[in-house]
Design a binder for this molecule. Structure first.
Ligand code: PLP
Length: 473
């Protein structure tokens, strides 16, 4: 075996540096260089291989619903692991049945609704794509700025050309309209006519920089899909599972989908996705032999997801999401250099006056905070739903100080050799010059360009004439 060169320019690397070299030799380079090697977590904090502590305000990109090591989550995992882990889908298990029932309950799905379990968000969207195909029609309308995943069907519905083009040809039939443009949606739906199989949207476009659709646009999508007997698919992979202060973001808008896709926060860290088909028609589009996956909804994942949903209820996390989200919004929105705060609950996009989100993210991690720059002028926060106000305040204080003198000094990286806890609100931390780096994380390649990050348009006027009862909030 080749011995990795565990040094750099003659200097010995710290433990994290050594692990990163091992990573680069053994793991495919799809995510670029990881920011840190993380070793453990507790609540909303994580520690890296060199013992530095970070407040995790990204939550594994909206995944770690209850934070790390939550007792109920760990207990459910342990108990189920000792009882029954996996059976194949030739068999049913009680946790799987209970989870499906729970999801139907919290999504207020009508009689005849059904759940399909996948392992990830992209696979949930893949199943939704196949449901659209099973309508017997060929056109799917997706939105500019959309992100639905990396497998071929989900990728075909994802807008960013740079991540689709290298893998063409895509599955056919997907067209894109500007997010928020009701007239463009109406035109596309009318032109597709009887061939319109589905409209797919994210109530808040997370990867595009946390950009919410307006009620008017979502209502229009509901009307046009109903008019053409097409499915309205809502991708709530990022916005679902209490992230916005409602169980699902569409509930805030009062616009009900025919199909909803979920993943990320559902398992609270366990890889699990789901498709909820609302009503008997959508619920029976995929029949025996039409779709399947080995691991989807196995007993272990289902038990852990159930524990996650129950903890959200038992611990009043919907209310906490609203309280902490509002606090973030009010405090961060008042900081100079912040143009606007977008999103709902604990899915927050900090819109900046200047394109400095990558520098801010690099400075933040040096100061002990994990945040994320989905676009050059947006910082995204998607922390655990049980984040406390006091924890939020440590970041707000650091960020306010940082924004007084953002790392405009584009000189060499100065590594702050201290625990993150000590440095979190320390006077000088944000003055440390940081290297301006391209976001090396998964999301970097999902960042939209200025052109595709469209402003949402309130289309209420345009849909008044045809607004049906189901679209009113
Ligand atoms: N849909 C949305 C809205 C997402 O944000 C993501 C991931 O970021 C996906 C789908 C893909 O999910 P996964 O990475 O679990 O495949």
């Amino acid at each position: 075996m080749t011995q990795a060169p565990y040094e750099q320019a003659g200097a010995a690397l710290d433990k994290g540096g050594v692990e990163l070299q091992r990573y680069s030799h053994a793991v495919m380079g799809t995510y670029g260089t990881p920011l840190r090697v993380l070793e453990r977590g507790e609540g909303s904090y994580v520690w890296d291989a060199d013992g530095n502590k970070y407040l995790d305000l990204l939550g594994g990109i909206a995944v770690n619903t209850l934070g790390h090591g939550h007792p109920a989550w760990v207990a459910a995992l342990t108990k189920q692991a000792q009882t029954l882990v996996h059976t194949s889908n030739f068999f049913a298990t009680v946790p799987q049945i209970e989870l499906a029932e729970k999801l139907l309950e919290i999504s207020h799905a009508p009689t005849g609704s059904r759940v399909f379990f996948s392992n990830s968000g992209t696979e949930a969207n893949e199943a939704a794509f196949k449901m659209a195909r099973r309508t017997g029609k060929g056109t799917i309308i997706a939105l500019e700025g959309s992100f639905h995943g990396r497998t071929m069907g989900a990728l075909a519905m994802t807008h960013k050309l740079a991540i689709r083009e290298p893998f063409e040809p895509m599955p056919s039939g997907v067209i894109f309209v500007p997010a928020g443009d009701v007239e463009a949606l109406r035109t596309a739906a009318t032109e597709a006519g009887d061939d319109l199989a589905a409209i797919i949207l994210e109530p808040i476009q997370g990867e595009a920089g946390v950009r919410p659709l307006t009620h008017g646009f979502m209502a229009a999508a509901r009307i046009f899909s109903a008019r053409h007997d097409a499915l309205l698919i809502m991708d709530e992979v990022q916005t679902g599972i209490a992230r916005t202060g409602a169980w699902f973001a569409h509930q805030l808008q009062g616009v009900t989908p025919d199909v909803m896709t979920l993943a990320k926060g559902l398992g609270g860290g366990f890889p699990l996705g789901a498709v909820i088909a609302f009503g008997d028609r959508a619920g029976s589009l995929l029949g025996k032999g039409d779709h399947g996956t080995t691991f989807g909804g196995n007993a272990l994942g289902a038990a852990v997801a159930l524990a996650t949903l129950n903890a959200i209820e038992d611990e009043g996390l919907l209310a906490n999401v609203k309280t902490v989200g509002e606090h973030f919004r009010a405090s961060l929105g008042a900081i100079e250099g912040v143009k606007e705060i977008r999103g709902e609950g604990l899915l927050i996009g900090i819109g900046l006056d200047e394109p400095i989100s990558a520098q801010a993210t690099a400075a933040a991690i040096e100061a002990g905070f994990i945040i994320n720059p989905p676009t050059p002028d947006t910082i995204r926060l998607a922390p655990s739903l049980n984040l406390s106000l006091a924890e939020a305040d440590t970041f707000i204080a650091w960020f306010a100080h940082y924004m007084q003198a953002p790392a405009a000094e584009e000189s060499a990286v100065e590594v702050v050799e201290e625990s993150a806890e000590e440095s979190a609100v320390e006077e000088s931390a944000e003055e440390s010059p940081v290297e301006v780096v391209e976001d090396p994380a998964q999301d970097a390649s999902e960042a939209v360009t200025e052109e595709s990050a469209v402003e949402t348009v309130d289309g209420t006027e345009s849909v008044k004439d045809s607004a049906g009862g189901e679209t009113t909030p």
